[in-house]
Design a protein around this ligand. Structure first.
Ligand code: ADP
Length: 230
């Protein structure tokens, strides 16, 4: 699995009247297959996740993916690290389902036939084949989340970062997304409030007040999280 390194990472956002620290001196090396990230709202989880694919570059410290510095090599990083947003609407860029999945491959120097074959395989894998020519924005919330996953996974990244992908979904769709996540061979970083999704994860990080406060097994992490917030 790729090595993801956070080296003394701190970050703050400008807010009215000053700054708000969102990550404070985070150092961690991640090589496990499935890594969960939990913590209360505003604890810095999304910022941490966004740093892995260079959507946010830290003010202090470094984030590296297999030695590539996210501050210098954002394009190379994004070819290796896919990102799924909480709100899949934020990710839909093309009119139809099939075109949206194909969009991710635009820079992959593939022939039309190769693109078509990859898109068909992705649509099949995520149960979207019958919707291939439908307007993407008319899919249900669950289907949109699966489309977002398909659009990321069709590019065959080494790492998939997901920021609360099941938050907007009902039980059935959340379960479908969970099954997809369970089947991924890629390294997965999953930010979630649905703690049951993490049962068989290799490692879970707990953030609290901008700090990485616990790092361990899912069971211990959930207990640590409860101690911090309850
Ligand atoms: P979490 O995912 O744990 O809820 P975030 O990393 O999204 O935490 O955010 C931490 C804090 O930073 C929150 O209070 C949030 O409102 C704030 N924040 C996030 N993004 C920005 C931004 N682009 N500008 C200003 N404040 C932000």
């Amino acid at each position: 699995m790729p090595l993801i390194e956070f080296d003394s990472v701190s970050h703050a956002y400008a807010v009215s009247g000053g700054e708000r620290t969102v990550l404070s001196d985070v150092s961690v090396s991640l090589t496990e297959h499935r890594i969960g990230v939990i913590g209360a709202n505003g604890s810095g989880k999304s910022t941490f996740a966004r740093m892995v694919n260079a959507l946010v570059v830290p003010r202090a410290g470094k984030v590296r993916v297999d030695g590539l510095d996210t501050g210098r090599e954002a394009r190379a990083i994004r070819r290796r690290v896919g990102f799924c947003f909480t709100d899949p609407d934020a990710q839909i860029v093309m009119p139809t389902v099939a075109e949206d999945v194909a969009f991710g491959l635009r820079r992959h120097r593939l022939t039309k036939q190769e693109v078509a074959a990859r898109v068909d395989a992705a649509l099949e894998a995520y149960g979207l084949q019958e919707h291939r020519d439908h307007p993407a924005h008319l899919l249900s919330g669950g289907q949109k989340q699966l489309l977002a996953l398909a659009s990321v996974l069709v590019t065959d990244p080494d790492v998939v970062v997901m920021d609360e992908p099941t938050t907007l979904l009902d039980l059935v769709n959340a379960r479908r997304v969970r099954d997809v996540v369970a089947s991924l061979r890629q390294q997965v970083i999953l930010v979630t409030h649905h703690l049951d999704l993490l049962d068989d994860f290799d490692r879970v990080l707990v953030f609290h007040d901008a700090r990485l406060r616990f790092d361990g097994s899912p069971h211990e992490a959930v207990a640590a999280y409860q101690r911090l917030v309850l």
